[in-house]
Design a protein around this ligand. Structure first.
Ligand SMILES: [Zn+2]
Length: 293
């Protein structure tokens, strides 16, 4: 065989077999970007592997006042569909020019206001009826971008809605009879749960966990703890626990973690923990703190 033909064949084989082995499989699925963990959990359960999900907020980062990096902005721009939480949770979305369909989920749910300031409470995903509205809307939007999976999505939607209904029932039953009526938390994220299941919440800081706790608030919380015979003060993953632990020490109360679930930790993401699993844990902790029976 002539040597130039040999070389030619060599390159031919390299093209056929070589590149197939070294190059990554090309991503052909549509990209769906979400800003928060509850939206991530819904898209994951409805769409499964049929879309590529980008969690805009990196796991382990506090969701309030987060600003996306240029790399994340680039991935947002490649998305076929974007879901963001809205109601003031992501200030960056206000000035952002979305090139694709971007759905502000807060427009499709029932929003509460904070009692004192009358500002909108953005933590609406801690209301299972709101989650159901989000599930139905997300399913509809996913069918628009990948209609061939319509039947699968509708089946998954049904299962997710049933799961939420069961969670709601379990919260109702578990929290129906309790000896205490108030919980203490780091930031004011649990208003939806409190309203639905009939308990009180006092928080160290307001809407966002970054707000600096002040002496007046600490004194007010200590009074609330005594007045309501509070057993437990809760802190959260993405904020300093110093002030909360100080209050617990001063009042001889227990400390525990309660999860607002706007985001989850990197470890929880690795363990594939679901919204359902984490709400079950939240329920156990609430039930214990409120001495329910
Ligand atoms: Zn929050």
């Amino acid at each position: 065989m002539h040597s130039s033909i040999k070389i030619g064949l060599f390159f031919l084989f390299l093209t056929i077999f070589g590149t197939g082995c070294t190059k990554h499989q090309k991503e052909t699925r549509p990209i769906v970007s979400v800003t928060t963990f509850p939206l991530y959990d819904i898209v994951k359960h409805i769409a499964g592997d049929s879309v590529k999900i980008v969690h805009i907020l990196p796991f382990g980062v506090e969701p309030h006042e987060y600003e996306p990096t240029p790399k994340i902005v680039a991935s947002i721009e490649k998305s076929a569909l974007i879901f963001y939480s809205g109601a003031g949770l992501e200030p960056w979305t206000a000035g952002f020019h979305f090139k694709q369909r971007a759905v502000n989920m807060s427009q499709y749910v029932a929003l509460n206001h904070f009692e004192k300031t009358r500002a909108i409470d953005p933590h609406y995903w801690l209301d299972f009826q709101n989650m159901k509205k989000a599930v139905t809307l997300i399913t509809r939007e996913l069918i628009q971008i990948t209609p061939k999976y319509k039947q699968k999505y509708i089946k998954n939607e049904k299962a997710y809605l049933e799961m939420l209904e069961k969670l709601d029932e379990k919260f109702k039953i578990t929290l129906a009879h309790c000896n205490r009526d108030t919980i203490i938390v780091n930031h004011n994220a649990f208003g939806y749960l409190a309203k639905k299941y009939g308990f009180g919440v006092a928080s160290l800081s307001g809407l966002s966990p970054e707000a600096q706790p002040n002496a007046k608030n600490i004194i007010r919380l200590i009074e609330t703890i005594k007045e309501h015979n509070v057993s437990t003060v809760f802190f959260e993953d993405f904020a300093s626990d110093k002030a909360i632990k100080g209050i617990a020490n001063a009042t001889h109360t227990a400390v525990d973690v309660l999860k607002p679930l706007g985001n989850i930790t990197a470890d929880e993401a690795k363990e594939n923990l679901s919204y359902e699993a984490m709400m079950q844990i939240n329920l156990q902790k609430l039930s214990k703190a409120l001495s329910c029976h």
